[in-house]
Design a binder for this molecule. Sequence first.
Ligand code: SAM
Length: 265
Amino acid sequence: MSDSPQTRQHLHRLIDALADGDLDPAKRAIESLRPANPSENALSEILERNSYDTDKSEYYLRNYERKFAHLRERPIALLEVGVHRGGSLYLWRDYFSRGTIVGFDLHPPASFSDESGRIRIFPCDQGNAPGIRAAARSASPDGFDIIIDDASHMGTLTAITFQTLFYDHLRPGGFYAIEDWGTGYWDRWPDGGAPLMVAAPHFSNQGKRFPSHDLGMVGFVKQLLDEGALADVFHPRFGGPPTRKCWIRDIQVNPGLVIVEKASV
Ligand SMILES: C[S@@+](CC[C@H](N)C(=O)[O-])C[C@H]1O[C@@H](n2cnc3c(N)ncnc32)[C@H](O)[C@@H]1O
């Protein structure tokens, strides 16, 4: 939501109406705060219309749209790591009509064309930190507004990519998405495995400890939660001495999809 004088005026009206217990003006004030173009299906509509070759589910697209809608008309830079045949790059190109779209892949598609000239693909191994750093610098020297990791879905490689790109190549206030983190629960996935689950929900502890499944991507996502909790880790009264700044403003954890928002300053 923008912080314009008009928005502030609507907010004051809403607070006054709620204080008076008058719900109709309150409802009208809430309506006026909605964004002008609230379409939450634009990504799915673009995908359906063009049949682009991507396996992104409608559920992922809806979550992306909720996070990215305010950036749609801006000249953003988006990086997707793991592009397969490039179908999702077309989707991002069409959605962000002024955006620069970059793809990294271990095996870039042999034939790929883009008449807009706004998409570029780089050969890149997500486990090679110097390689991805160099490619990121060359593709967008001022950093990216959005980074999406849909590559190997392996914990160690995903962690290397995050550590390399999130701090130094994602702009303040930007978004970093990690797709398909549920592979860590899969017995047949190279670094995954079936979690110990009992018949009914049971949040068991061992004294102060609440041990949990920590294989592959699942373990990495749980480490991300610790990183996002640095305000308490370094709490001035209860925590340890601060050794670094917390760059995570928000973490949205959905089944299969994590979206991390970077702090602004
Ligand atoms: C699930 S596909 C990407 C799908 C695409 N993002 C889409 O939505 O259509 C995974 C891609 O990751 C790439 N990949 C796998 N391991 C990789 C690695 N270590 N570094 C970079 N890319 C990798 C594969 O070549 C493949 O193209």
